[in-house]
Design a protein around this ligand. Structure first.
Ligand code: AMP
Length: 281
């Protein structure tokens, strides 16, 4: 496994691989890796000759400076996880390398970037599109792997690839969970012992809500989920929306779509956790 710090080196190494007709798979990450990230690396190594992983905490996608400052950084541990997973190249650029000058591009994704995470984290998806479009341009992968945990992000990336006319196949991989159901996340490292015990309430409540679909309306399920989680004084639901899985438009009843997903964001203390569940599709 080769660790690369500059765009020039990245391009050199990958050009040689491409000249040897190797297919390139790519997994962009912000580090603090866990088994969820490694499941993307596993899919990537299975389906491609060469697996490239990037680790870069992208400042332009953080709208909260404190969140950026406290984002966990665990490079040595990350590299120790990636090597046995079969990763070939790890790209670890500095901020100067990725942003030698400010990126002023504005992406217009419409509704999919304006709801849910888009509404609560202004500029977040523009920052995601800035960094992922740069990484895609430098790596030029055949395939790229993202987690369904960031459900809205996958929709944004697919739309970005379409808008930019890139020929990259986007794969969405299932959410990996801890034994108690909590969706794995780098941010889980920031939970106190008490918060860590409480956090599985999110996944548990979403799973429970699945069993009510045949007897409760969309509105009733939203109210049930929000109330059940907010009942715990450590937790505060920021939003819970039940949407069409493609358009991300809120739905009013279960017959409105064949693909229905519930997306939630919850503050567990100061730590912002996201999760989702598929009701239909
Ligand atoms: P991040 O480092 O948080 O930006 O995540 C990098 C990639 O890993 C994104 O595509 C995430 O959706 C994905 N990912 C994060 N957590 C999980 C998880 N628990 N299961 C599957 N994929 C995940």
């Amino acid at each position: 496994m080769k660790v690369i710090y500059t765009i020039a080196d990245l391009k050199d190494y990958l050009l040689k691989e491409k000249q040897n007709n190797k297919s390139i798979g790519f997994v962009p990450t912000m580090g603090a890796l866990h088994a969820g990230h490694i499941s993307l690396v596993d899919a990537c190594t299975r389906e491609n000759d060469i697996c490239v992983v990037s680790i870069f905490v992208n400042p332009t996608q953080f709208n909260d400076p404190n969140d950026l400052a406290t984002y966990p950084r665990t490079l040595d541990k990350d590299l120790a996880l990636l090597e046995p997973a079969g990763c070939d190249y790890v790209f670890v650029p500095g901020v100067e390398e990725m942003y030698p000058e400010p990126d002023t591009r504005i992406f217009r994704f419409g509704n999919i970037a304006e709801v849910m995470e888009g509404a609560h984290r202004p500029g977040h998806f523009n920052g995601v599109a800035q960094i992922v479009s740069k990484l895609f341009a430098f790596v030029e992968p055949d395939d790229a792997y993202f987690g369904e945990k960031d459900f809205q992000q996958v929709a944004i990336i697919r739309e970005m690839v379409r808008l930019l006319g890139m020929k990259i196949k986007i794969h969405a991989c299932p959410i990996l969970r801890e034994a108690d159901g909590l969706a794995m996340s780098s941010r889980n490292l920031r939970l106190s012992a008490e918060q860590r015990l409480k956090a599985p309430l999110i996944a548990r409540t979403l799973k429970e809500s699945l069993t009510f679909v045949s007897c409760k309306s969309v509105r009733e399920i939203i109210d049930y989920v929000v109330t059940a989680i907010n009942n715990d004084p450590v937790m505060r639901v920021e939003y819970y929306e039940i949407v069409d899985g493609n358009s991300l438009e809120s739905i009013g009843n279960w017959r409105e779509s064949d693909y229905i997903v519930g997306c939630i964001t919850v503050y567990c203390g100061e730590v912002r956790l996201i999760d989702n569940i598929t009701y239909k599709g």
